[in-house]
Design a protein around this ligand. Structure first.
Ligand SMILES: *[C@@H]1O[C@H](CO)[C@@H](O)[C@H](O)[C@H]1NC(C)=O
Ligand SMILES: *[C@@H]1O[C@H](CO)[C@@H](O)[C@H](O)[C@H]1NC(C)=O
Ligand SMILES: *[C@@H]1O[C@H](CO)[C@@H](O)[C@H](O)[C@H]1NC(C)=O
Length: 493
């Protein structure tokens, strides 16, 4: 889920220090050599307690540890676990579900939600987790879960999202900072649970995940060099998956016109006079964004582009009353309250129940009222201009290194729509660009029924899902599961 559009920074003042922070180089990590004598891996997840956390640490990551316990939560057919990644005063909550097929050989998926500021519990309980929340006290087994043939993590990040928290009001406001925490977590996990070492590892996310996931995966990739230097096993980063991603603000913003004024595929929503006015603004908006946000980042100019594009191209849709995550229907509620999905409120109530929190091992300091999305985190990212970064540069870099990339998009989504993703992915410069662009968009099918369109070349696949919005596995769970399974198996869509 994306709390606000690509451009929500419009009302926020430019903060020079935040911009500097956004662009400052990461300080090089000061790793010491790995001393095997200091460290005994836990090896086996089945040894964990159901009631108490076991704490894991590692000398290569002195500031990090992991608390984990067994659980019979959500899916009684598999072993499942919950816990926290503790990074000094920052604490990240995660769920881990083993595969329903063969946990000892199946791939591992690391999943985190978008926002920025939304909890992965949205995807877990609404889309493709092992169970779905059906009322405030109940979950129901989900046969279309993505752990059907994979081990899967759901992580609440950055801090102050979902059950994650920081002790002294610390905040994370850029994707680059969040990526370091995520990469360290991954390394610690594999060092301890040696049964998973070398296993194919996929990093996935939706919505603002279009920004997070390429950066997270790049950090995991770069970290591997340090792991090897320290004598550790590198993480077998195999692919990234991005669902309805917002990756490139420039192409996404222009496409808000196409989604609202052309049959793409929903009939035009806005009236002709509004659409003509929008059309006249599109070229200017694209030019401003390219000059000030993409070719070079210049905070004041990029901010001006945001304000202009927001007012001219985005505001008319916002006023329409349609669901920005699914333009085939009106918003069911108020987007700022329930994201247009009343189920999001039910999930909040379910996760606020003391009995749920106790079974998950949620730390007592976490506020009692669960929020699926945290507006303060969202604002902090916008103030730092994190959302204006052309993140396709990271995707291209991963593709050049052979990391497979799947971009899948429910076609009825407006906010991170398929038109913008199609333009972004065709315009992305990398060695395989021409081969990719030369491929036609062709239909793909599930059980003999057309499920959407796809284009693929080398490690890159673009795919749409018909009759689905921002959360394809909510609208078309079977098609989404089939897509995932073909992707993991390396099969043609
Ligand atoms: C661990 O944290 C301390 C205090 O914040 C810091 O000085 C040190 O550099 C960190 N160590 C590593 C390896 O990041
Ligand atoms: C949920 O459980 C609580 C406590 O047992 C009960 O008071 C409430 O009526 C239940 N709600 C539903 C919708 O079943
Ligand atoms: C990484 O995963 C792939 C896909 O499962 C597998 O073919 C390969 O052997 C693995 N690499 C390592 C080093 O284990």
């Amino acid at each position: 889920m994306l709390l606000t559009s690509c451009l929500a920074a419009l009302a926020l003042a430019v903060s020079a220090s935040a911009t500097q922070q956004f662009f400052s180089a990461q300080s090089p990590a000061n790793f010491q050599s790995y001393d095997a004598g200091l460290f005994t891996p836990l090896e086996d997840l089945s040894l964990l307690s159901k009631t108490d956390f076991t704490t894991l640490s590692h000398p290569l990551f002195p500031n990090y540890s992991v608390r984990i316990k067994k659980s019979d939560f959500c899916d009684e057919t598999v072993a499942s676990y919950t816990g926290y990644i503790d990074i000094q005063a920052r604490h990240f909550f995660f769920y881990f579900f083993e595969s329903r097929n063969d946990p000892a050989t199946d791939d591992i998926i690391y999943w985190t939600a978008g926002g920025p500021g939304c909890s992965s519990s949205l995807e877990l309980f609404m889309e493709f987790g092992p169970c779905r929340v059906t009322d405030v006290n109940t979950t129901t087994f989900n046969p279309y879960s993505w752990n059907e043939r994979a081990n899967i993590f759901f992580v609440d990040q950055p801090v102050n999202v979902g059950f994650s928290y920081a002790e002294f009001g610390e905040v994370v406001s850029t994707t680059t900072e969040a990526a370091k925490d995520m990469a360290a977590f991954t390394a610690i996990f594999f060092e301890h649970f040696s049964q998973f070492k070398g296993r194919a590892f996929h990093v996935g996310g939706a919505s603002y995940g279009g920004r997070y996931i390429p950066v997270f995966a790049s950090e995991v990739y770069d970290q591997n060099a340090r792991l090897i230097e320290a004598g550790l096993t590198p993480i077998n980063l195999t692919s990234i998956l991005i669902g309805n991603g917002c990756t490139d603000p420039a192409t996404m913003t222009a496409s808000y016109y196409d989604m609202a004024c052309r049959p793409m595929p929903v009939d035009p929503i806005l009236d002709i006079s509004t659409c003509v006015r929008m059309k006249q603004a599109v070229g200017r908006c694209e030019k401003m964004m390219k000059e000030s946000c993409v070719d070079k980042f210049e905070a004041i100019g990029c901010q001006a582009a945001s304000v202009f594009c927001g007012a001219e191209i985005e505001a008319p849709f916002d006023a329409s009353g349609y669901n920005p995550y699914d333009i085939s229907k009106p918003c069911d509620g108020v987007v700022s309250d329930n994201l247009c999905y009343p189920l999001s409120k039910t999930i909040e109530k379910y996760l606020s129940r003391p009995v749920t929190r106790a079974s998950l091992g949620v730390d007592a300091v976490v506020p009692e009222e669960f929020q699926v999305c945290n507006n303060d985190v969202n604002s902090a990212f916008h103030v730092s201009h994190d959302h204006m970064f052309p993140t396709q540069f990271y995707i291209a870099a991963l593709l050049e290194r052979g990391i497979r990339t799947l971009l899948y998009i429910g076609v009825n989504d407006w906010i991170c729509n398929w038109v913008g993703n199609d333009r972004m992915v065709q315009g992305m410069e990398w060695t395989g660009q021409q081969a990719f662009v030369d491929q036609p968009l062709r239909e793909w099918s599930v059980d003999g029924q057309v499920a959407g369109l796809t284009r693929s070349a080398g490690p890159l696949t673009f795919l749409t899902l018909d009759n689905a919005g921002h959360m394809p596995a909510y609208d078309t769970p079977k098609a989404a599961q089939v897509m995932l399974q073909r992707w993991l198996a390396g099969e043609e869509m």
